[in-house]
Design a binder for this molecule. Structure first.
Ligand code: ADP
Length: 544
């Protein structure tokens, strides 16, 4: 039967067949809120009704400025449920870009948590498209604001028909290819660009992502999405968990090691996901407190390169399987996921970890190619590297209202250019060498900044490191390593170079090492190399 795929069907399924399963959220007030999929669906129906009464129609964009929590979850369903588009605004973008993305999306309503009200006041002048602001709280906690047309979320929901909870909402039948959500890239290498996700792309992506070799989520799991719901739909975990009936735990605004540990431990989390910087904080907390996480089975780490040492530490010290994932806003986000194949179970430990340190194999549904500068496909031999091009039912087909970006993003055959450079081996394991803009070009050879960083964080006294290219009179460019010492550590330049000499080739060896208190990160926790290049542009590499 030709039944259209729809996002609302996920929560209907969860309410019907996993109705008692909990959704747990840490609130802004640092309290724990609990309710079930069945309760959530009742409120989603009321919210949908309220949205309609506010005049929202098909394909209207509605912005959310919110942390990971139950009200944001409700919006994830009510908005696409009535055929509108949920634009998750990234509040960590620079203020001007927050305003620019809201204006570009032409959001008609913004749903915001109270602590983002001042941000919205700052950008109000550039966001005249917004007719109504709904503050995601109850009457008692409504903040003072000079925003116009402000409503209270709980009052809005309470205003829905009293009998409403007992009726099924008359959800419109939607074209599965219509847009359901909108996310802007986080702008690591340029300005944010808008990507629309359809009902179809979201459901297909969620099916693929939750398979055993990928996120591996089942009804018995308890999942903590640390990855923010304001970026790439929280890697679709708020869709995947209802799809299988897994318990969901939302961390709210607190993502420090202690807060994450409390939820992992207290809620019995079995699977969690986030960028490497979050897990650096958790590891620091676990080591300092001597605590363990015995119920946590699996950790998905992605969004930036994952050092092999991090994967090993989680597995050997804490008994948690750590899988690396690679993807991007433009891919919903999943492209590849790490993990061993059956045949690799017999390999030596070192060889197994070499596989685990790659970005993994493509999930079913994503086609991957690497191409040289002329666009010719390169062999999948684990050695040749080139730009990664992708194709698939959840890969962006065009950016939202952005002709300039579209022109550069697709090749003649319609494949999407990722801007990442990698190798692929004969088993399909992809190893990201770099982003095209971060790769260090030395004497005609390419050096992977990621390889240098991964080697550097293997040093016991280094917690985080970044390698950038600096101009060099002879070689064109050479690497500079910028490192942050681990707590209590006092690494020296020469000591680090001696350590690296055991792990890197001569070509890859940084010409210099400098130490900083902390490294700049993007809004989604990646190293901000553009800022580092600016900070160190006057740094002179030793020539001897
Ligand atoms: P932005 O493009 O603004 O950084 P995204 O979150 O979409 O926002 O970032 C996608 C990019 O992040 C990828 O193109 C890649 O460069 C990087 N990335 C994601 N996962 C990994 C990974 N596991 N290893 C290395 N790089 C990664």
């Amino acid at each position: 039967m030709d039944v259209p795929l729809s996002i609302i069907s996920l929560i209907q399924y969860a309410a019907n067949y996993h109705g008692e399963v909990e959704i747990v959220s840490r609130t802004l007030e640092n309290e724990i809120h609990r309710y079930s999929y069945r309760d959530a669906y009742i409120r989603i129906k009321k919210l949908a009704n309220a949205l309609k009464s506010l005049g929202i129609g098909p394909q209207d964009r509605i912005g959310t400025v919110a942390w990971n929590g139950y009200r944001h979850f409700e919006l994830y369903y009510a908005i696409p449920g009535i055929g509108a588009v949920c634009h998750t605004v990234n509040p960590r973008l620079p203020e001007a870009q927050v305003g620019a993305t809201i204006a570009h999306a032409e959001d008609k309503i913004i749903f915001a948590e109270p602590d983002f009200v001042s941000l919205l006041e700052e950008v109000a002048e550039s966001t005249g498209c917004v007719g109504t602001y709904v503050i995601m709280t109850d009457e008692a906690r409504m903040p003072e604001t000079n925003l116009a047309n402000v409503l209270c979320y709980e009052t809005l929901i309470a205003g829905a028909d009293e009998d409403f909870a007992n009726q099924d909402y008359d959800w419109p039948s939607l074209d599965e290819n219509s847009a359901a959500a909108l996310c802007y890239s986080s702008g690591t290498t340029g300005r944010p660009k808008g990507v629309l996700y359809t009902h179809r792309s979201t459901i297909l992506h969620s099916f693929a992502a939750c398979m055993p070799d990928n996120f591996g989520i089942a009804s018995r799991d308890c999942v903590l999405p640390v990855v923010p719901m304001f970026h790439v739909s929280g890697w679709c975990l708020p869709y995947i968990c209802p799809m299988v009936g897994a318990k969901l735990v939302f961390p709210g605004s607190r993502m420090d090691g202690q807060a994450i540990f409390e939820l992992l431990d207290g809620e019995g989390v079995t699977m969690t996901a986030g960028v490497p910087t979050v897990w650096i904080m958790l590891l620091e907390h676990l080591r300092a407190s001597g605590k363990k996480v015995p119920r946590l089975k699996r950790l998905l780490i992605g969004g930036a390169a994952v050092p092999k040492s991090m994967i090993e530490t989680f597995e050997t010290e804490f008994g948690v399987e750590a899988r690396q994932g690679w993807g991007m806003t433009e891919m919903s986000p999943v492209g590849t996921i790490g993990g061993l194949k059956g045949a690799q179970a017999e390999l030596s430990r070192d060889k197994q970890y070499a596989y685990k340190a790659t970005q993994g194999r493509p999930v079913f549904g994503v086609e991957l190619e690497i191409v040289d500068k002329s666009g010719t496909p390169l062999p999948h031999d684990g050695k040749n590297f080139g730009e990664v091009r992708v194709r698939g039912p959840w890969v962006v087909g065009e950016y939202f209202k952005d002709a300039a970006a579209n022109e550069a993003a697709f090749d003649a055959a319609g494949w999407f250019r990722t801007g990442d450079v990698s190798t692929i081996d004969s088993d399909g394991y992809m190893r990201i060498v770099d982003r095209t803009k971060d790769v260090i070009k030395s004497g005609g050879e390419w050096i992977s900044s990621i390889d240098i960083e991964n080697a550097a964080v293997g040093h016991p006294e280094i917690i985080e490191a970044a390698a950038i290219a600096l101009p060099h009179p002879k070689w064109g460019e050479r690497p500079l390593l910028i490192a942050v010492a681990a707590e209590g550590g006092a690494p020296t330049r020469d000591g680090v170079l001696a350590y690296l000499a055991r792990h890197l080739s001569k070509l890859e060896m940084p010409d210099d090492v400098v130490f900083v208190e902390e490294l700049p990160h993007t809004t989604t926790g990646k190293l901000r190399k553009t800022a580092l290049r600016e900070m160190f542009k006057e740094h002179v590499l030793p020539t001897a």
